[in-house]
Design a protein around this ligand. Structure first.
Ligand code: AMP
Ligand code: MG
Length: 412
């Protein structure tokens, strides 16, 4: 087991064995946010035939080459209808958006460019051939590879699946995550925390992070600080794809997580990452054939959130088939001086303000790893490099953006 490694090394270890989970078949409407596990080819041509892009008149281009053409209105074609016969020279067909072009017609004149009277229509302008015609197959041709395996399904993809009649689709399974908390001081949110007890908020912030990353959390509850109780819950958690436990992973007398995981056959790859908040984090994989990924996150609420962000989130995305694992980042100007001891990489909770076309980062307040408030305020995490001891006011710094609404904010 490695110890005292960098964030980069730790993340590489976590992602090393991450493969997209096996596909499952879901209804296309339920596939939003999922990642395709198959190539989707079309058996259809879209649009299926040449059709009108406008309300107006279908005509023969030769008849409207010069402005002022006078044509006889032969019939009408509505969307979903068919022309009763081919269009002859000197004729126009009243046509509506999406209606198929009558045989013989090759051009559509917009209604706005015409004047109809007594069964005849006058076309005021010269109209080029194929104007306002949607070509058969201009969207999709039969046999086209329309959506590729590994594509993420957003609203346009859901619409495309519908258009193709692809009602069932193979997508990567969502990871299941067992969430477990440990500590004799912990109570559930509906309980009154008396005698110095505190609410197990981590279980809820972690479950929320899981959902945000497209996975399905299952809260296993609170393990007491006894090896027996912890073993019972951790064992249950190994049935999930990923087990995320928080607290009890440090070096205190009541920190039973590591020995218990090892007893359960979890091979720990590392303990201790040179970062703050969040040094005492451990990661490994069960050697039971199922191979659950196991995280022992630190107990402090901000440490749990930040280590989840840096290590668990990318794993969950990778298991779901995603290849875009990183949050957006910006280069910001430090709005004040930041100082620390060299050695560990710090993730500083910051506000981001848009100034001109750049960003200014300022602290959200007390950076203690137990102060959840300054995390609720944070737009991002400023990455304070391990070896550095100061980021001077006005210097540039990398900021991981947690709240993408910053991009939509007006500049000050
Ligand atoms: P530990 O790692 O068990 O020493 O816990 C570190 C700190 O995190 C302690 O102050 C705990 O009270 C706190 N803590 C542990 N688990 C949770 C939890 N589930 N929710 C909120 N705080 C917690
Ligand atoms: Mg504890």
């Amino acid at each position: 087991m490695r110890t005292g490694i960098s964030v980069l090394e730790a993340r590489a270890i976590v992602l090393e064995q991450a493969r997209p989970l096996a596909p499952e078949v879901v209804a296309f409407e339920a596939a939003l946010g999922r990642v395709l596990a198959e190539d989707v080819r079309s058996s259809r041509t879209l649009p299926p035939a040449d059709c009108s892009a406008m309300d107006g008149y279908a005509v023969r281009a030769a008849d409207v080459a010069a402005p002022g053409a006078q044509l006889r209105i032969a019939y009408e074609v509505a969307a979903g209808a068919h022309a009763p016969r081919a269009l002859a020279a000197g004729e126009a067909a009243r046509i509506f958006t999406g209606a198929p072009l009558p045989p013989g017609a090759d051009t559509v004149v917009r209604q706005e460019d015409t004047e109809a009277r007594a069964g005849e229509v006058r076309v005021q302008v010269a109209v080029p051939r194929r104007e306002s015609v949607r070509e058969a197959g201009e969207d999709v041709r039969a046999g086209d590879l329309v959506l590729e395996a590994s594509a993420r399904i957003g609203p346009p993809e859901v619409g495309m699946l519908a258009a193709l009649g692809k009602t069932l689709v193979h997508v990567h399974r969502r990871p299941s995550v067992a969430v477990l908390s440990g500590g004799d001081e912990l109570v559930e949110p509906h309980e009154e925390p008396t005698n110095g007890r505190i609410v197990s908020s981590n279980a809820y912030s972690i479950a929320a992070q899981c959902r945000e990353a497209g996975s399905t959390p299952n809260n296993l509850g609170i393990a007491r600080d006894t090896p027996g109780d912890l073993e019972r819950l951790l064992r249950a958690g190994l049935g999930a794809d990923v087990l995320v436990s928080s607290a009890g992973v440090s070096v205190g007398d009541h920190d039973h997580v590591r020995p218990t995981l090892e007893k359960l056959g979890v091979r720990l790859a590392f303990w201790g990452v040179e970062m703050k908040p969040g040094y005492p984090i451990t990661f490994g994989r069960a050697d039971d054939g199922r191979g659950a990924f196991v995280f022992g996150l630190p107990g402090n609420p901000v440490s749990a959130l930040v280590t989840f962000e840096l290590f668990v989130r990318p794993l969950l995305l990778a298991l779901a088939g995603r290849s875009d694992l990183a949050r957006p980042e910006v280069t910001a100007i430090a709005g004040e001086a930041f100082r620390k001891k060299p050695g560990r990489e710090h993730y500083v909770r910051v506000f981001l303000a848009k100034r001109g076309d750049g960003w200014i980062a300022t602290t959200t307040g007390n950076q203690s790893s137990g102060v959840l408030r300054s995390m609720t305020l944070a737009d991002g995490l400023l990455v304070f490099p391990a070896a550095a001891s100061e980021i001077a006011a006005g210097a540039r710094a990398r900021v991981i953006v947690l709240d993408e609404s910053v991009f939509a904010r007006p500049a000050a």
